[in-house]
Design a protein around this ligand. Structure first.
Ligand SMILES: CC(C)(COP(=O)(O)OP(=O)(O)OC[C@H]1O[C@@H](n2cnc3c(N)ncnc32)[C@H](O)[C@@H]1OP(=O)(O)O)[C@@H](O)C(=O)NCCC(=O)NCCS
Length: 377
């Protein structure tokens, strides 16, 4: 196809995709030199106007001429707002690429632009479009999620960026897939009671996570804990925590002191099964040494379970049954489970790994939605 004559103009009335024009050059340069673009794309760095000229007069036309990359400018409110492209990998599959001018971010422009691009690509017979982004590019991931992409594995060192190979998230969308999220993106709500606050984990909690990871008591009861043993390992750990929530796999809260907001432990829901409003989930928890012996985790477990059963003002998960497993020897954890309203219903033989190797029995506790709320004393 010839550039710009054969480049179609696609619009939904708010956002328009069209061929790049010479008048776009100043805003192309602004976009390419914006720190978020530098951080998350392979745009040359440093970037001069001559790079933009080369891109619009050589690279883009060549992509269209060889039917290898179909690049469009995004226009919004009369201004160049960014670029999207469909990079063909053979006849029927393509990769999507996108970036916005900083002035156009935060207003839903990219979602509209990608909807137009995907309609056009699928309309031409493309069967699957895939997305790859550097790990940590949450804005990009959120857009792919909203558009109905299915997320695949994180692949180490998959994507090059200025001479380095970086880890990447992956996802795909089929031609007939609905353009809506495949699964919920869980967000831990802030819940408070009895001097305890449940809130999302954040980077500033790193030292507390490392202290917990290296605590002998925690390691005795959870020898296979994925907690970070060093500060360097904290960002990757937190990314896994947030991806767990974004993929409807695991919802973890930091249990913090409501007065100081300092982290005292963790409570999490995972192993979701069955349909929404009728689901079963497992509950897990651990305490930082400073959070033990004060009733903190009992309050946290009550907050998390009440929310999961849909009993809080903050909404809930619609769970029907929650269960937890704790070593038969872990008296403190068993008392805590009972105080939070869980009932001992059985034993799972040989399912708790031991720090010294081998396995022991787990006590199985559960709670049903129809049961009374746990007493608060
Ligand atoms: C990626 C990009 C196109 C997103 O466009 P945008 O207009 O900035 O996107 P938004 O601000 O609407 O954010 C998209 C969503 O991500 C969410 N988001 C942003 N940062 C987030 C973060 N750190 N954690 C979780 N969610 C985040 C937003 O809240 C929004 O969610 P919503 O749809 O529920 O409102 C734009 O940021 C960009 O050009 N970045 C640089 C280039 C780039 O990264 N391209 C993609 C390469 S794969």
């Amino acid at each position: 196809m010839r550039f710009p004559d054969d480049v179609p103009t696609l619009t939904d009335g708010v956002v328009t995709l069209r061929a790049h024009q010479p008048a776009d050059l100043p805003r192309i340069v602004q976009q390419a030199t914006d720190p978020e673009s530098v951080r998350w794309t392979t745009v040359p760095h440093p970037y001069a106007e001559s790079d933009a000229v080369d891109w619009t007069t050589n690279v883009l036309p060549k992509g269209w001429a060889t039917d290898s990359t179909y690049g469009f400018a995004i226009e919004h409110e009369g201004l160049f707002a960014g670029s999207v492209d469909l990079r063909m990998r053979g006849e029927l599959e393509a990769e999507v690429g996108f970036a916005l001018h900083p002035g156009a971010r935060g207003s839903g422009v990219m979602r509209r632009a990608l909807d137009l691009l995907l309609d056009w690509g699928f309309g031409r017979g493309v069967e699957v479009v895939y997305w790859r982004a550097f790990v940590g590019n949450w804005a990009s991931r959120r857009i792919a999620w909203r558009l109905g992409f299915h997320f695949g594995p994180t692949i180490p060192r998959l994507l090059p960026q200025r001479g380095e190979q970086r880890d990447a998230w992956t996802a795909w969308l089929g031609a007939d897939d609905p353009r809506e999220p495949v699964e919920p993106w869980l967000v831990p709500p802030v819940l408070e009671a009895d001097d305890v606050r449940l809130r999302p984990w954040r980077e500033a909690d790193g030292p507390r996570l490392v202290e917990a990871a290296n605590d002998a008591v925690l390691r005795e009861w959870i020898p296979d804990t994925p907690l970070p043993r060093s500060l360097e390992a904290v960002p990757a750990y937190l990314t896994r925590v947030h991806v767990g929530a974004a993929t409807n796999g695991r919802l973890a809260w930091c249990v913090a002191d409501a007065g100081t907001d300092v982290a005292l432990g963790n409570v999490a829901l995972f192993e979701f099964e069955d349909e929404p409003d009728d689901l079963t989930a497992q509950v897990g928890y651990w305490s930082h040494p400073a959070g033990r012996g004060r009733g903190v985790m009992t309050a946290a477990l009550r907050l998390a379970t009440d929310w999961a059963f849909g009993r809080s003002a903050e909404g809930g998960l619609g769970a029907r049954r929650l269960y937890l497993l704790t070593s038969v020897r872990n008296d403190g954890s068993r008392r805590l489970a009972e105080r939070a309203g869980f009932e001992h219903v059985g034993t799972e033989r040989g399912s708790a790994p031991l720090a010294a190797g081998g396995y022991e029995d787990n006590a199985l506790y559960d709670r049903l939605r129809e049961e009374e709320t746990a007493p608060t004393t």
